[in-house]
Design a protein around this ligand. Structure first.
Ligand code: ADP
Length: 859
C-alpha cells in the first residue's frame, strides 16, 4: 500500500471515484437518496464500514442525514442524527469548519462513545465539513476499525468528496426547498380557489376547515370571529353537537390563550391546553375535555385581527413550533377569504336592507288607511330589523305628548295607547331633541323610562329610536327594541332611519288622503243630490262624470253618459266658451242660456254654468245645466199676456185720447175747471198710451223685430215737446225744469215717437226723485259723430252696483221711500237708444243726484 504504484493506482482510483461521485451527485436531486449514496460511495472509497452524513438547515440544525454501520446504510431517526451532531465529533467539525483525522478514537474526547460500543480494536475516524460556499452545509464522518488508522490520503480523498457533496447537497437542498415551496404554494392556491368559490360566509368558513385537513392533522378545528371583544364561533369541525359548539363564545378578557393570539398577532402553539388554567370546559361539549395539543392563529384583515383559527388535537404536544409558518400561511389565505366573505356579507346585508326598504316602501304606500299604514310600518320594522319588538308613537296635537299608536311583537296590545310626555323616556328624549338614539345598554341609560318595561314584564336591552319627521316637524317616533344579534349594525341603523323617512311621508299621505276623502264625500253628495244637472268633462270634452239629475234629465244611464262628448249634447256659446277648452280661465264661471240635447234628440233649454276645475293634470270642466223650460214657459206666458193686454188697451186708449181732444176744443176756454180736468184726463191717458206703446216696443225691440220708423228731426224740438209734456207735473211738485241746448244741433234720423218717449221717461223719473224746489236740467250737445242728451236731477242718486242693473227689465231699487214702478222704463230706454245705434248710461253720486245721458249718432 505504500509503494509508488499503489499510490498512483489509488490516486487514479480516487479520481475515478470522485468523477463517478460527481456524476451521481449531479444526477441525484432527492436529498435523502443523495446522502445515502454519498455515504455508501465514501465508505467504499476508504474501506470503512461505519459512518454518517448530516445536513444542516439554515439555522444550523441537523435536518437530514444517513447512518451506516457494518458496511450498510441504515434507516435512521432524526434523534440519532442530532445526537451524533450535538455531542460527537461532527459538532466540533462544524464549529471549527475543518476536517479532522483521529487515529485512535479512544484517546480523543471529541468522539462520542456509544454505551454499547465494545472496547475492542482501536477505531480511527475522519470527519470533514460539507461546504457550500461559505456555509457549512453538513458533516461527513467515517470510522474504521480494521486495517489500521486512516491516512492523510484518506483525509484528502474524503475532503475532496465532501467538497463535491457539499455542492450537491446544497443543490438538492435548494431543490427540495423549492419543491416544498411549490407544493405548498399549489396547495394554498387550491385551497384559496376552493374557499373562494363561494362567498356565502358560512360556506367559506366551512371550506376553510375542510381545506385545513390537507395541511395539518387535527381532531377538531374551529373558526371564530371577533365581535366586541368576544370570539364567536362561525364554523366548527369535529364536534358531535355542532349547534352547541357554535353557541359558546370566548371572551378576550377571560381567556388567556385567545388574548395572547389577539395581542401577539402570531400563531400560538400549546402542548397541552388542559394544563392552562383558563382553558374552559364546556357543558355538553365532551370533546373539549379531550383536547390537549392546540394551535390558535389570528385571522388578520387589513391589519386588524378579525378572528381566530383553532386547531385541536387529543395528543399532547401534537404540534410543534415548526407548524407556525404553515399555519400562518394558511391563516393568511383564510383571512383573505374571510375578508372577502365579510365584505360580501356586508354588501349582501346592505342589499337586503335596501331591498327591505324598497319592500317596506311598497307595503306602506300600498295602503292609504292611516291605521293600516301605521301597523304595516311597525310590522315591517320588526321583521326587517330582526328585533323582538317595534312600536310607533305619534304626537298628540292637543298636549304635545307621545301616544303609542301601534306596536308589533312582545306586549304589542298593551303598549298601544300608552302615553309619554315630551322628554320622558328615550322616546320622549328623541321627540324633544329631534335626534335619533341608538342605546346599546338601555338599562343603564339615564334617559330610559323603566315603567313601560315593568308594565309589560319585558326587559329592553337595546333600543333604536328615530324621530319621524315631515318638513322639519317631528310628528312621532319609531322604535326597534332588542335586536336578535347582540348589537345594532350600521345597516340596521340605516334601515330604521330609512323606514322613519318613509313613515313620515306615508303618514302624511294617509292623513291627507283622509281629509281629501271627507272633502270628496262632501263634494260627492253635493254633486249627486244636486237639483241641477252636472256633467264633468275632460279638456277634450269627453264626459267623465255625471250626476243622477243629469242622467234623468238627459235620459241616459251612467254607462252611456261616460261614452258621450259634451259637444254631442250641447253646443257651447261661442261668445263665451273658447273652442279650445284648455283656454278657459279657471278663476271664472261662464254663464249663458242655451240648449242641451236629450237622448231623444229634443233640445232642452238650459242655463249653463261652465267652470274649469284645476284638479289633477290639466283639470276638468264642470258643466252645470239648469233646466229653464219652466222659467221660459212662464216668461212666454207673461209675454203673451202682456202683449194681449197691451194690444187690447191700445185702441181704446187711442179713442179716449182723441175724444178728450175733441172735448177740449169744443168746450169754452174760459171754464178753467173743465179745461184743467180735461187736460189732466188727457195727460194721464197719453201717459197710459206711452206706457202701452213702450211695452209693445219693448217686446218688439227685444225680439229684434223693431221696425224703426225713422225720420229726420231736430232733437231740440223733441226736447221742447217732452219738457212741455212734463212741465205741469213738475210745476205741481215745485220743481224747475231748465233746458240748455247747444246752438246749431244737427238733425238726426230717428223714430221720433220712440225718442220722445225716451226723453219723457227720463224726465218723469227725474221728477219722481227730485225734491220740491230743486232743478231738473235737460241739455243737448254735439260730439264727434253723435249728439249727447242728458237729464240731470238732484235726487238720491244711484249706487255704483246698481248703475248697470237699472237698465234691466223689471229691475227696481228697493227702499220704502222710493216711488213704486214696474221697472220697465229704463229697460225700454236702453233698447230704444241701442236700436238707434246709440248708448245710454247714468253718472251718479249717491245723495248728489243722477245724470242720465244717451247718445244718437247722426248720419
Ligand atoms: P220704474 O218704472 O220703476 O221707475 P225704471 O226702469 O224707470 O222703472 O227705473 C228703474 C229703477 O231705477 C227705479 O226703480 C229707480 O229705483 C231707479 N231710478 C230711475 N231713475 C232714477 C233717478 N233719476 N234717480 C234715482 N233712481 C232712479
Amino acid at each position: 500500500m505504500t509503494s509508488k504504484t499503489s499510490v498512483s493506482e489509488r490516486t487514479k482510483a480516487s479520481l475515478a471515484l470522485l468523477y463517478s461521485i460527481s456524476r451521481e451527485l449531479t444526477a441525484q436531486l432527492d436529498l435523502r437518496e443523495l446522502l445515502q449514496r454519498i455515504l455508501q460511495l465514501t465508505l467504499q472509497a476508504v474501506g470503512s464500514r461505519a459512518g454518517s452524513i448530516l445536513v444542516l438547515d439554515e439555522l444550523g440544525q441537523a435536518s437530514e442525514g444517513a447512518i451506516a454501520f457494518e458496511g450498510k446504510v441504515h434507516d435512521h431517526s432524526m434523534e440519532q442524527l442530532r445526537d451524533t451532531y450535538e455531542h460527537g465529533l461532527a459538532g466540533w467539525v462544524v464549529e471549527n469548519r475543518q476536517g479532522v483525522l483521529i487515529e485512535d478514537t479512544r484517546k480523543d474526547k471529541r468522539w462520542l462513545r456509544k454505551p454499547d460500543e465494545e472496547d475492542g480494536d482501536p477505531t480511527s475516524a475522519i470527519s470533514v465539513p460539507l461546504l457550500a460556499g461559505e456555509r457549512v452545509a453538513g458533516v461527513l464522518t467515517l470510522a474504521r476499525r480494521k486495517g489500521g488508522p486512516f491516512s492523510e490520503d484518506d483525509l484528502a480523498l474524503v475532503t475532496a468528496i465532501a467538497d463535491q457533496a457539499g455542492i450537491a447537497v446544497s443543490n438538492a437542498h435548494l431543490f427540495r426547498a423549492e419543491q416544498e415551496r411549490r407544493r405548498f404554494a399549489s396547495i394554498l392556491q387550491e385551497i384559496a380557489r376552493t374557499i373562494n368559490q363561494t362567498l356565502e360566509p358560512n360556506q367559506v368558513f366551512e371550506q376553510i376547515l375542510e381545506q385545513l385537513k390537507r395541511i395539518i392533522d387535527f381532531d377538531s378545528a374551529s373558526i371564530f370571529l371577533l365581535e366586541d371583544h368576544l370570539f364567536r364561533p362561525v364554523a366548527v369541525l369535529g364536534f358531535e353537537d355542532r349547534a352547541r359548539a357554535l353557541s359558546f363564545t370566548i371572551s378576550l378578557e377571560s381567556d388567556a390563550l385567545s388574548k395572547q393570539v389577539f395581542e401577539s398577532r402570531k400563531p400560538l402553539v400549546v402542548e397541552d391546553v388542559q394544563k392552562i388554567d383558563t382553558w374552559m370546559q364546556i357543558e355538553g361539549l365532551p370533546e373539549a375535555e379531550k383536547i390537549r395539543g392546540w394551535i390558535g392563529a389570528p385571522l388578520i384583515v387589513r391589519d386588524r385581527v378579525v378572528g381566530m383559527l383553532n386547531v385541536d388535537s387529543y395528543k399532547v404536544a401534537a404540534y410543534s413550533a415548526d407548524v407556525i409558518d404553515l399555519i400562518e400561511a394558511f391563516a393568511d389565505q383564510a383571512s383573505t377569504a374571510v375578508a372577502n366573505a365579510l365584505l360580501f356579507d356586508e354588501s349582501q346585508r346592505r342589499i337586503t336592507s335596501m331591498a327591505a326598504l324598497t319592500e317596506t316602501a311598497t307595503v306602506i304606500t300600498a295602503s292609504l288607511d292611516l291605521d293600516e299604514v301605521l301597523q304595516r310600518i311597525t310590522d315591517r320594522t320588526k321583521e326587517s330589523m330582526e328585533v323582538e319588538a317595534a312600536s310607533l308613537a305619534l304626537v298628540d296635537e292637543d298636549d304635545g305628548s307621545l301616544v303609542y299608536r301601534v306596536a308589533s311583537g312582545f306586549g304589542a296590545d298593551r303598549v298601544v295607547g300608552m302615553r309619554l310626555m315630551p322628554g320622558q323616556g328615550i322616546a320622549g328624549w328623541v321627540l324633544d331633541n329631534e335626534e335619533a338614539v341608538f342605546a346599546s345598554d338601555v338599562q343603564s341609560d339615564p334617559r330610559f323610562f323603566p315603567e313601560i318595561d315593568q308594565k309589560l314584564g319585558f326587559e329592553s336591552r337595546v333600543i333604536a329610536c328615530v324621530p319621524i319627521q315631515v318638513q322639519d316637524r317631528t310628528i312621532g317616533i319609531i322604535e326597534a327594541i332588542n335586536p336578535r344579534r347582540s348589537s345594532l349594525s350600521q345597516e340596521q341603523i340605516d334601515l330604521l332611519t330609512g323606514i322613519a323617512g318613509l313613515a313620515g311621508t306615508a303618514i302624511i299621505h294617509a292623513q291627507l288622503f283622509q281629509q281629501t276623502q271627507s272633502a270628496r264625500q262632501r263634494y260627492a253628495s253635493l254633486f249627486e243630490d244636486n237639483v241641477d244637472s252636472i256633467l264633468i268633462s275632460d279638456l277634450a270634452g269627453q264626459v267623465t262624470d255625471a250626476n243622477k239629475r243629469a242622467e234623468s234629465f238627459l235620459g241616459y244611464n251612467a254607462e252611456q253618459m261616460l261614452e258621450l262628448s259634451i259637444f254631442s249634447l250641447h253646443e257651447p256659446n261661442p261668445n263665451h266658451v273658447p273652442d279650445d277648452l284648455t283656454e278657459l280661465d279657471p278663476s271664472q264661471t261662464i254663464s249663458y242660456d242655451s240648449h242641451v240635447r236629450d237622448n231623444r234628440g229634443r233640445m232642452l233649454p238650459v242655463e249653463v254654468h261652465v267652470k274649469r276645475m284645476a284638479l289633477g293634470p290639466g283639470g276638468f270642466i264642470q258643466w252645470i245645466m239648469r233646466d229653464i223650460s219652466e222659467r221660459l214657459e212662464l216668461a212666454e206666458l207673461r209675454t203673451d199676456m202682456t202683449s194681449m193686454i197691451f194690444h187690447d188697451l191700445r185702441s181704446p186708449l187711442g179713442n179716449i185720447i182723441s175724444s178728450l181732444e175733441v172735448l177740449q176744443s169744443s168746450f169754452d176756454d174760459e171754464d178753467e175747471t173743465i179745461q184743467s180736468v180735461l187736460s189732466i184726463a188727457s195727460r194721464s191717458s197719453r201717459r197710459a198710451s206711452r206706457l202701452v206703446e213702450s211695452l209693445l216696443d219693448l217686446d218688439r225691440l227685444e225680439a229684434e223685430k223693431a221696425v224703426l220708423n225713422k225720420t229726420e228731426a231736430s232733437i231740440g224740438g223733441l226736447i221742447a215737446e217732452a219738457v212741455e209734456e212734463i212741465h205741469p207735473t213738475a210745476e205741481a211738485r215745485g220743481q224747475f225744469l231748465r233746458m240748455n241746448l247747444a246752438p246749431r244741433l244737427p238733425p238726426v234720423s230717428m223714430d221720433v215717437d220712440m225718442i220722445r218717449r225716451v226723453l219723457i221717461n227720463l224726465l218723469e223719473n227725474a221728477v219722481k226723485y227730485t225734491r220740491a224746489g230743486d232743478h231738473i236740467d235737460v241739455s243737448a250737445k254735439k260730439a264727434d259723430d253723435h249728439l249727447a242728451v242728458s237729464v240731470r236731477d238732484n235726487g238720491p242718486g244711484i249706487s255704483e252696483k246698481d248703475r248697470d242693473r237699472i237698465f234691466d227689465k223689471f229691475f227696481r231699487l228697493s227702499g220704502d221711500s222710493r216711488p213704486k214702478g214696474l221697472g220697465l222704463g229704463l229697460a225700454f230706454c236702453r233698447l230704444a237708444v241701442e236700436a238707434h245705434g246709440g248708448k245710454i248710461w247714468v253718472d251718479s253720486e249717491e245723495g248728489q243726484g243722477s245724470t242720465f245721458t244717451f247718445t244718437l249718432p247722426y248720419l
